[in-house]
Design a protein around this ligand. Structure first.
Ligand code: 5AD
Ligand code: SF4
Length: 516
């Protein structure tokens, strides 16, 4: 098959990045994209499609200056991956000459970067679109866009097409690098512009970014998820698992270290699967962490993990400590083996507990946190009790807890459910009481101890007080000079609350040797 046939068959995507493709060619005939709707059916047909890798993203000259005299506003919903996508979109806007603004009234372009993980996340976005309607009526020249995970859902795009005519553009998670073209199209067109690639998505390097702050930074190490847990929409909205090349990640983090950043959070829907898609090198997440240990940056975190792929090599590397922090977020979802099976989690309660035992043996002072779903279809009282007992057995220090929310197109959404919402809510409350008690207990252990805190700035509640986080992600409030912002400091803990610690500033931490 030649390139043309492969493009037409959808096996590969047209190379659209300026400077990469053949500028003479007209690729528009290959767009299954502009003005077409996303398809969950296509997303599910996950095969061996090639992932195109582009490493010289550039904004086309014809678009430069598009934003002159215009302001953009992006509202972000959902996870850190979305927050980071917003940083990239802000980078592209700035590259186009737009200025940022903090208010919708002042904006020429408003983007909602959406989350699809649960129904209430989606409802917030529909509510916000409703609020924006009068603004659009008063000023028809503003552009309103919906991007992020919700845009990847067929049902959402249809709903917006039918009921939210204030929306000018919808684009998907695989189309962020196409923002200049999408904006151009939206300015030229009277129709709603829809560009959502339902298939895998490419890896685009060198995307511009405007990072939030200069102390902590997010770094994507991989995109997508192949786990297909039966309740989860993410594998459909974020596409197939694909890892960034190690050299690109290491280069980005070295640069951040040189720029003075103190903490990196590696992002991926399932970071433990990092590197499994490489067919030319044997280089997995443990190898990456081992290389990042050698970079002169004080803290490296990662989120989020799938227990199934958390291997012994990774545990051994994490046990070396140094800049690899001793906090692991390890979503369990349920403590019942039979429930885990229906959730498609591919591990049992016992396997999860064995993994926890190994981690605790290798890293005795580790802090473990988790995600839990209650009220999955037909979850019995006994199965819920198993979740409670697993929580106690592991001794998690914190958890994000959720009531199951059916997501269109996922296998679980088709399951008949005999558990009333009242029961689900009661279970959530019972679980949350346990989570609070364990968090408080974990906090109490710090009283009288000296901890290392990365100072982030003034406390949100009191500008006389500074706030920052420990290596184990505990929020600490204390009084210290503003000159300590952005630095690592020692703080003596004087009082523990359920979700934060109060302390007294002791000293600034002297630079530590990097462990090799
Ligand atoms: N309903 C409720 N919670 C969900 N999560 C993912 N999908 C759903 C759903 N359909 C939770 C899981 C996951 C976290 C990010 O969100 O606990 O780990
Ligand atoms: Fe969703 Fe499961 Fe993938 Fe996590 S591992 S993103 S819960 S499908």
């Amino acid at each position: 098959m030649n390139e043309e046939q492969r493009l037409k068959s959808g096996l590969i995507k047209p190379d659209l990045s300026p400077g990469l493709g053949d500028k003479e060619k007209d690729y528009s005939q290959y767009f299954e994209t502009v003005y077409t709707e996303p398809s969950l059916k296509d997303a599910k047909k996950r095969g061996q499609e090639e992932i195109a890798y582009h490493d010289d993203f550039k904004i086309e000259e014809r678009f430069l200056g598009m934003g002159k005299g215009r302001k953009f506003y992006i509202r972000t919903y959902g996870c850190q991956m979305n927050e980071h996508d917003t940083e990239v979109m802000a980078g592209i806007f700035m590259g186009l000459g737009y200025e940022p603004t903090n208010t919708v009234e002042d904006a020429n372009i408003i983007l909602l970067n959406t989350c699809a993980i649960r129904e209430n996340a989606e409802n917030k976005v529909f509510g916000e679109l409703g609020h924006l309607k009068p603004l659009k009526q008063r000023n028809p020249d503003i552009l309103i866009g919906v991007c992020g995970c919700m845009s990847q859902e067929e049902s959402v795009v249809n709903k917006i097409l039918q009921t939210y005519d204030q929306v000018d553009m919808i684009f998907g998670t695989h189309n962020i690098h196409r923002l200049p073209n999408i904006l151009h199209e939206a300015y030229m067109s009277k129709e709603m512009v829809i560009e959502v690639w339902s298939k895998e998505g490419d890896i685009i390097e060198n995307l511009p970014k405007v990072r939030h702050g200069n102390i902590k930074a997010w770094v994507n190490i991989m995109y997508g998820c192949d786990k297909f847990c039966t309740y989860c929409i993410v594998p459909y909205t974020r596409g197939k698992e694909r890892s960034r090349r190690p050299a690109d990640i290491i280069h980005e983090i070295r640069q951040l270290a040189a720029d003075g950043y103190k903490e990196i959070t590696l992002l991926g829907q399932n970071v433990n699967a990092y590197g499994k898609d490489f067919d030319d090198v044997e280089y997995l997440f443990g190898d990456l962490m081992n290389d990042l240990r050698k970079i002169d940056i004080p803290r490296v975190r990662f989120t989020t993990s799938h227990p199934r792929d958390f291997d012994d090599e990774l545990i051994a590397v994490l046990a070396k400590g140094g800049n690899l922090v001793e906090h692991i977020h390890l979503p369990v979802q349920s403590g019942s083996t039979s429930m885990l099976k229906i959730m498609g989690r591919i591990y049992s309660r016992e396997e999860y507990l064995t993994l926890v035992k190994k981690i605790k043996e290798a890293i005795p002072n580790v802090a473990l946190t988790t995600d839990i779903i209650v009220g999955f279809p037909n979850e019995t009282d006994e199965q819920f009790e198993e979740t409670m007992s697993l929580y106690r057995e592991v001794g998690f220090e914190m958890a994000f807890t959720y009531i199951y929310s059916p997501r269109d197109g996922t296998p679980a959404a088709k399951m008949k459910d005999n558990i009333p919402m009242e029961v689900k809510k009661e279970r959530l409350q019972t679980l949350n009481s346990l989570v609070n008690a364990y968090s408080k207990e974990a906090m109490m252990k710090y009283e009288g101890q000296i901890v290392e805190v990365l100072v982030e700035g003034e406390s949100k509640r009191n500008d006389q007080v500074l706030a920052g986080y420990t290596r184990k992600s505990k929020l600490v409030n204390f009084v210290a000079p503003n000159s300590t912002i952005g630095k690592l400091v020692n703080v003596k803990i004087t009082a523990a609350k359920s979700w934060s610690l109060d302390g007294e500033f002791i000293s600034v931490v002297e630079k530590e040797e990097v462990l090799l």
